[in-house]
Design a protein around this ligand. Sequence first.
Ligand code: XLS
Ligand code: NI
Ligand code: NI
Length: 449
Amino acid sequence: MTNEYWQGVDQIKYIGHQDKKSGLGFQYYNPDEVIGGKKMRDWLRFSVAYWHTFDQRLVDPFGDGTAQRPYDHITDPMDLALAKVDAAFEFYHKLGVDYLCFHDRDLAPEGDTLRETNRNLDKVIDKIVDYQKQTGMKVLWNTSNMFTNPRFVAGAATSPDADVFAYAAAQLKHSLEIGKRVGAENYVFWGGREGYESLWNTNMKLEQEHAAKFFHMAKDYANEIGFDAQMLLEPKPKEPSTHQYDFDAATTIAFMKEYDLDKDFKLNLEGNHANLAGHTYQHEIRVAREANLLGSLDANQGDKLIGWDIDEFPSDLYEATAAMYEVVENGSIGPRGGLNFDAKPRRSSFAANDLFYGHIVGMDTFAAGLRVALKMKQDGFLEKLVADRYRSYQSGVGAEIEAGTADFKSLESYAIDKPQSELVAATSSDHLEEVKDTINHYIIETLSK
Ligand code: XLS
Ligand code: NI
Ligand code: NI
């Protein structure tokens, strides 16, 4: 590394919460510590998102960017693109992460034609591949930006304009080739504008068929070139479109099953998207894991008071504990999943070093969540609780229902003369407040050790 971009920051170390009160350093993330049978780095597989970390200017719908970055003095777009790669790899090294994620358009400026754009991109990819050889950095996933350029105003694969579909396919083809070059472990599709603004002018059925066709073509081409990444769809209910077809995990799973995509695709789930769909992050992860379709996670959080995708760095220990509980139950985030920080500092945190603080709080929050979830798992706390709650299915009429030997007639004769008092006596309180108190205890106890 010739030039030091992130000055005043050394490699971030694990300090432990007793010794760290503020500043740079991890309280809970100790990468090589083995917990629950795996190193923390292998449980969590943290990834830095190129777009938010190196490109994002911290704009909001009412204001210009405030970000101050160490390469802001570079004006030529290609020089800037190449300098950012140096800055990025220095950042990964100092932060101590093993993975990065990017969109094609994060890396290099567009030319007038796709051929020119590809040429720009390939120069940056060459540089990334060189760095990968030197450092061992891996790509958790790459993706294609098919939502920023005005050509995608009405979607890419779901655009009413066939030329746009064709362009998107050509763009994606190159993205898959790039994915292969950098050895991406997953490939993500987030349908930024794959939805509609208004139903009055939309052929929803046709658009969804086109989306499915596009995904099949992508998988076919990936197979053809021997790019064996796990394909992932990333649900989000709305924003920028009023409605997006990959609304939430359940809707996307139904789509995948309808169009025969569930063998080759899994889900990449994001905390803030879950909230926009009216769900918790835990709910989305649960739905995916029960369908055996959990692929990877975008780590960020929304704000109870703000109704859009604000991509805040995760700091909510309770939410991270719930997410990591699902991951622990699943055995891993996904076959090749990781935690990608699809997150940016607040607009008022514009200093370069805030990018480190953002990742540190995010990494520590999920590391803390993992520690708590493993402790609960080790004690069998929630397993026992849930098993006990459904115990009536283990014997008597419950066992008959489970075994499939009961029918409406046998159940009627069982139930018809039971007095109300007996039915009420058979139910038991959930003691949900006690359960939540115990979860709080696990969090406090585990994190203060
Ligand atoms: C936007 C999405 C996006 C995807 C990648 O809301 O989260 O960042 O993760 O295109
Ligand atoms: Ni995302
Ligand atoms: Ni998002």
